[in-house]
Design a protein around this ligand. Structure first.
Ligand SMILES: Cc1ncc(COP(=O)(O)O)c(C=O)c1O
Length: 425
């Protein structure tokens, strides 16, 4: 007798049902419009394989801590002792727990009453906005605010209102039109490395009765006298309601944080969906974070060197005529414009052993794509000179002169020169 049951044949993946038209067309459009027509058949983010001489400027490990022996030892010891611990949502943690202890220590370090550790910066931002906004609360976000903040607005069902980048006057006009609500800013912007005019934003939030959220992902660890962040550096710790951060930057880990009032923490843990419905960190990750906080606090030379390196590269690129779009930090981007131009730029840099990160839509507006260079404190001046030499050499090859960002810079220079001229009688 032969069996009538269907037998799997060949590759089991080929047995998947075909996608219905509405989804098949969407996937097909991506391959046609982006991969084939725009990127010439290869993925824009996948360039050459870096060789041994490559300079890696794509990591957010600004303080070069990812292989710090003390941090690795703390993680390895905890992993050996506790394995992966209890796998559960952080909502169940109470009493004595290294995680709750770390939350308090990091919050106090940031001069905040309390804080909550999240699985990522993305979870911190989406969870926070879900718990402070809804369809009745307008949320004002800088147009370059990180995507996780915009996703928080979307998932809270709140009306999202954009204001021009680093433009407090535009923010205020928007609030006057739509009413008090929540303001979202990054302290250091992840695409162009510009710094938020935080004092002005804080004043507007206070006068206009708004809640202020500052995402410190790119300033926690790198700014402030001991790495406490930009809010502390500017003496504003008691004037910003919420600070969030990805700990996958200077903390070189996989986690996020919300710094807030003591009263808010329990409410947050019971209100923010990622805090309830997603498992919390593993014990060795928490041990690593605790050791990292100690290193960040005590090894100030790392911040100093990062600052020196960043200023050196920014000044050099400025001298070469690049428009750095207001970068004042360790994030320095070369804005080449279209995605095709960015592929040319990426290839020219990579041929010379310089590996940055390509940023294009949806991380940037269309036709404002770029190669971002993230600096760190382990880079030596000779290595930065290599970057500058490469950036000098590739200018004609990349059509740098015709990039929209270069033209904008030329116009700005012309405008400021004409404003400086004495008025004709
Ligand atoms: C400003 C900012 N906020 C939040 C995030 C999200 O952080 P994470 O990677 O920890 O989810 C990032 C990461 O790209 C970021 O740059």
């Amino acid at each position: 007798m032969t069996s009538t049951a269907a037998q799997p044949t060949g590759n089991p993946l080929s047995a998947l049902p075909e996608l219905p038209e509405f989804l098949a067309a969407r996937v097909e459009r991506y391959y046609r419009e982006r991969v084939r027509d725009t990127w010439g058949g290869r993925h824009i983010l996948h360039g050459r394989h870096p060789g041994p001489e490559a300079l890696h400027l794509s990591s957010n490990d600004y303080l070069a801590l990812s292989r710090h022996p003390r941090i690795l030892a703390a993680m390895a010891g905890t992993l050996a002792r506790e394995g992966n611990g209890m796998l559960m949502s952080g909502i169940f943690l109470h009493g004595e727990s290294p995680q709750l202890e770390f939350e308090t220590n990091l919050a106090h370090f940031m001069q905040a009453q309390a804080g909550v550790l999240c699985q990522s910066g993305y979870c911190a931002n989406t969870g926070l906005i879900q718990s402070i906004a809804n369809d009745q609360v307008p949320v004002y976000a800088d147009m370059l605010a990180h995507m996780s903040l915009w996703e928080g607005i979307r998932s809270a069902g709140a009306p999202g209102i954009m204001f021009h980048h680093n433009d407090p006057e535009h923010l205020e006009r928007q609030i006057l039109r739509h009413g008090p609500g929540v303001i979202l800013v990054d302290t250091v912007y992840s695409t162009n490395g510009s710094i938020c005019p935080l004092r002005d934003i804080v004043d507007i939030a206070t006068v206009r009765g708004c809640v202020l959220v500052a995402d410190e992902s790119h300033s926690l660890g790198t700014h402030g006298p001991n790495g406490e962040g930009l809010v502390v550096e500017l003496g504003l710790a008691n004037r910003v309601h919420f600070r969030t951060a990805s700990l996958a930057k200077a903390f070189a880990a996989r986690a996020g944080f919300v710094a807030c009032s003591s009263q808010f923490t329990e409410y947050f843990k019971f209100e923010a969906l990622p805090a309830i419905f997603s498992s919390t960190l593993l014990p060795h990750e928490v041990a690593g974070l605790a050791a990292t906080l100690d290193v960040i606090r005590t090894e100030g030379w790392r911040r100093e060197k990062l600052r020196t390196n960043s200023a050196y590269l920014r000044d050099g690129l400025d001298d070469l005529g690049y428009n750095l779009n207001g970068s004042r930090s360790q994030i320095v981007s070369l804005e080449s414009g279209t995605e095709q131009q960015t592929i040319v730029l990426r290839d020219a840099l990579e041929e010379r052993g310089i590996f940055g990160s390509v940023f294009c839509a949806p991380a940037t507006p269309k036709n404002r794509s770029m190669v971002r260079l993230s600096l760190n404190c382990s880079l030596e001046l000779q290595e930065l000179d290599r970057v500058l030499d490469a950036c000098g050499e590739i200018r004609s090859k990349t059509g740098f002169d015709q990039w929209p960002s270069t033209r904008r810079r030329r116009n700005e220079v012309r405008t400021s020169a004409s404003m400086a001229e004495p008025a004709h009688a």
